[in-house]
Design a protein around this ligand. Structure first.
Ligand SMILES: [Zn+2]
Length: 244
């Protein structure tokens, strides 16, 4: 019930003339209306949605997420190609080796598997927009794939050969920065840098080799990595030393 107490002397406000609702607004129930509550609540909980509504809702949400991830990935890629010292250095060296990598063959895409990037001699570099946590993670990932691209151009790599693949993985993990001291040991106390770096490179290279179709099992992957580790780890081209 409206109060008409004399303690509220303000005259009542004139009613605001409502603008004609747009077609889109008309389709939506008014905020606070029972139907609005039903839709909002069922979208939050998934309860009370029909099969079709739920499928459409998931589809819309996935599409928005994918678009946002792609835009963020593209923006970070532009930044890294222009301002990241390691990315620029690798791109220059790739160009000197008669390769050309730009935004036509370095692509942001959603990935299904647990990977953050990939290199393919025919297609270029893939950056997994749904797996890259932030720009620094993307920088390491891109640098890793650029080492593969460089190796492909400079060393006549046979990617079907496990030892060749292992060698490039060792170099990519070591030179990209993904095994830098801060990335893996932050919060875990001081650890000997060299030891950590080598362990990290060996572990990551072994995991990559394990995914090669010709690799039989974990022991096989470790054995291949060990057989080429020293020479490939020592080869820091095009860097003069390990980039930190
Ligand atoms: Zn790799």
């Amino acid at each position: 019930m409206e109060s008409t107490s004399s303690r509220s002397p303000k005259p009542p406000k004139p009613p605001v003339e409502a603008a004609a609702p747009s077609a889109a607004d008309q389709a939506k129930p008014a905020r606070g209306a029972p139907e609005w509550w039903r839709q909002t609540f069922s979208q939050m909980t998934g309860l009370g949605m029909t099969e079709a509504e739920r499928a459409q809702y998931e589809l819309d949400r996935e599409k928005r997420r994918t678009e946002a991830q792609c835009a963020k990935c593209e923006k970070n890629l532009d930044y890294l190609m222009n301002y990241s010292p390691i990315v620029r250095f690798m791109l220059e060296n790739i160009e000197q080796a008669n390769g050309k990598l730009d935004k036509t063959n370095v692509r942001c895409l959603p990935c299904g598997r647990l990977q953050s990037g990939g290199f393919d001699a025919n297609y270029g570099i893939l950056l997994c927009q749904n797996r890259l946590i932030d720009r620094s993670h993307m920088e390491d990932t891109l640098a890793h794939e650029l080492v593969h691209a460089y190796d492909h151009l400079r060393f006549d790599v046979d990617w079907k050969d496990l030892r060749h693949h292992a060698c490039s993985e060792i170099r990519a993990s070591s030179l990209s920065g993904e095994c830098r001291w801060t990335r893996e040991t932050l919060g875990r106390g001081i650890w000997d840098f060299t030891r950590h770096h080598q362990d990290c490179v060996r572990r990551r290279a072994t995991l990559s080799v394990r995914n090669h179709p010709k690799c039989k099992d974990d022991a096989h992957a470790a054995q291949v990595v060990n057989s080429v580790f020293d020479s490939c780890f020592a080869d820091t081209r095009p860097f003069r030393e390990i980039y930190r």
